[in-house]
Design a protein around this ligand. Structure first.
Ligand SMILES: *[C@@H]1O[C@H](CO)[C@@H](O)[C@H](O)[C@H]1NC(C)=O
Ligand SMILES: [Cu+2]
Length: 233
């Protein structure tokens, strides 16, 4: 008993601390769970991806190849949000990536494999060099991104990724929370130069400085987000 009670409590606390991104909020409409977001493998566990080379890095799908029921139209230049169940309860950066659906596929059928992704958002901490480092997404129950005005119109996968760094001081300790929404961008100018596209898995290594990261001691004085630079219109 001395051992099992604390272990049980620890396990429960750990599960509560994890999270998923089950709903979209766009054009003032909140979707049902997993209606516009591909059903994620961590639907019930809420657990993270910890192997950045695993196939789960693409969209963390529970049943790969099964699209979500709906694709959401969103105007370029407007915001698209994912709900968080229940909140971003770990410290770390938030990223959003887009992948244009190739011709012959739809947002519901495209698997997101290959060098197809470009980064449209990243954030970093404040308080570096102090004992109170904070992250913009901390505690949020909804995370949102502006779809760049300059992307081409058409169907995309929109990949949200939150990297929890509280255990990232050893290889494989970073926790990645990932989901993909199916969107249809309207009114994009199409002038964006995306630069080199990246693949998931592939874009990150377990030893990237933003993945293998000691958050607590010695106090970090810089943070380098993994992956490519954010595209600019
Ligand atoms: C995407 O938007 C275009 C332009 O409004 C529309 O013609 C097309 O049917 C939409 N596709 C989907 C899958 O919603
Ligand atoms: Cu957790």
């Amino acid at each position: 008993m001395k051992l099992t009670i604390p272990l049980a409590l620890l396990t429960a606390a750990g599960a509560q601390a994890h999270y998923t991104f089950p709903k979209s909020i766009a054009n003032g409409v909140t979707s049902n769970e997993w209606e516009t977001i591909r059903l994620a493998e961590n639907q019930y566990s809420h657990g993270p991806v910890q192997d950045v080379t695993s196939a789960a890095m693409t969209c963390y799908e529970k049943v790969p190849g099964t699209g979500a029921a709906k694709t959401v139209s969103v105007a370029a230049g407007s915001t698209f949000a994912f709900s968080v169940d229940t909140s971003i309860s770990h410290p770390g950066p938030l990223h959003f990536y887009l992948a244009k659906v190739p011709s012959g596929k739809t947002a519901a059928t495209f698997d997101g494999k290959g060098a197809v992704w470009f980064k449209i958002y990243q954030d970093g901490p404040s308080g570096l060099g102090t004992s109170t480092i904070t992250w913009p997404s901390a505690g949020k129950s909804q995370v949102e991104v502006t779809i760049p005005k300059c992307v081409a119109s058409g169907e995309y996968l929109l990949r949200v990724e939150h990297i929890a760094l509280h255990s990232a001081g050893s290889v494989g300790g970073a926790q990645l929370y990932i989901s993909c929404a199916q969107i249809n961008v309207t009114g994009g100018t199409g002038t964006l130069n995306t630069g080199a596209l990246v693949s998931f898995p592939g874009a990150y290594k377990a030893t990237d400085p933003g993945i293998l990261f000691q958050l607590y001691w010695p106090t970090p004085t810089s943070y380098v987000n993994p992956g490519p630079a954010v595209v600019k219109c």
